[in-house]
Structures are given as C-alpha cells and as structure tokens.
Write a protein of this length. Sequence first.
Length: 299
Amino acid sequence: MIVKADLRILFIGASKFGFKVLDKISKTKNTNLVGIISAPQNFRISYSKQKVRNFLFHNFESFSKEKKIPFALLKNKMDDDDLFSFAKESKPDIIIVAGWYHMITKKWRDLAHCYGLHASLLPKYSGGAPLVWAMINNEKETGISFFEMDSGVDTGKIVSQKKVEIASNETIQTLYVKIENLALKIISETLPMFYEGKVTFKDQDHSKRTTYPQRNPSDGKIDWNKKSEFIERFIRAQTKPYPGAFTIVKGKEIRIWKAKISREKFEDTSPGKLVIRNESIYFTTKDGSIEVLEHEAGI
C-alpha cells in the first residue's frame, strides 16, 4: 500500500494570531511544517519612513526550537537572497501566511502556491487594518477569508470564508477573538482538502472591492466634531491591544481606552471641551458628550 507523504508547509507570520494558526497547523493530521519565517517586533515597511511596531507581536523562535522546525528571521526585505534560499531549501508544497505585513512577491509564489488569511469578507476591506476600519464604519458583520495570493492586494481566489456578527458593544479585542476562532476552523477544514487534492476556488467579484490603507498610531486622534456615537465606537475600535484612541489636553496626550455616551448637559458645548464633574471625566462632542471610563495619563 502506498501512503501519500504529508503536506509540506512553510509558514510565514509574526503576530499572536499567526502563532495560533501555526499551532493549529502543527496539530493537524498529515501536515509537515518544514520551516517558519518571522520578523522582529519593530520593522521597516513601505508606507513609513520610520520603523513601525507590531502591537500584536509574538516571538516564534522558541516554538521552532521546541518542535525542531527550521527558523528564519526577516532582516530587510522579503526578496533578500538568504531568506529566499531558506524557503527554497524547505521545499514546501504550499506556503501559508498569517499575521504578516509584507507583500509576498512573484518569486515566492513561483516557489509554491501561497495562501493568506485576511480578516474581512473579501473583496470588501482589502488592504490594511480591516477589522478596525469595519468597526469605525459601523459594519454589522465581517469575517475571515482564506485565499490564494496573487500579484494584487488581497485579490486572489477564495478557498474559504466565514462570517461573524459585529455586536453593538464590540471592542477590537473581542472581535479579534471571534476572527481567530473562525480562522482556526478554516485551517482545520481546508488542510485535509489540500492533502487530498480536493481544494476548490472561487473568484472574487472585483467590482465590489473596497480597499483601505494601513493605520498608524497617529490615526487614533479623536475628532470631537464627530457625533458621540461615532466617537464611542472609534474608541472601541482601537482599544487594547492596539495603541488606542487619544486626544490632546494642554499639550498632553491622553489615551482613552473605554468610554460611554453621556446624558450630562454642560454650559460650554463646543466640541472637545474637557469637563470634570463629581470626579467623572467628560468630553463634549458635536451632539452631546461622552464619559471617559478608562484612560492613560493624568487629566
């Protein structure tokens, strides 16, 4: 009897989400992790002149040592010769990318079919920070897409998608947990299909594509000219573990991690007015005020 060899997988990732995906792959029947590629917590990327910080960073090296899986760290660019040589030597059947912030170029896709997990219902919310943008835009649902990478930004054929509701009190942290759980289900369901040669693909409807840019910490500045409902949601969309929404008071930056819409009335209703009443902290907005429930830095 001839037994088919295990599916050889090269994994690329650098976040806590990516690590959960990697761990799930390692526990899936008929898979063989032949290499892990990761990146440092502070790294260079095309949209920033300065190094950016991965706030969801996870160190993969200890896992690779424990499991005796070859490991390589990105130092400059994806197409550096030493990094690509590492990938080539691993002889992968497929490459899986999760929690990664660099384009997978053609030479990698020519080496093996590359598949990525993107936290949206593609073709909607292609690009950066899809969950944050979905919350800011008051979407009622989102999801996760497992797709084959091509030359575009999140434009490849879909292998699998799963939807999830965005609750009215959702934070980026609770939504992220929902997405992680769906991603792990997708991995469990699809890897056996790859092994058995039964994977199916669905083209994206590019006429329905929406694309959003990456976000950086400065994008969290609160515009008090917005309505209270928007601002409260804006805060939930960027709370921990992300850098947080913030405002400036007398030259001092205040991070607001949690807030609620307030019914308090104030004499000065100009947007952005700080009011402290009965030891509670409020900011006035376009149509009322919000109460700050959790913040960082003194007021």
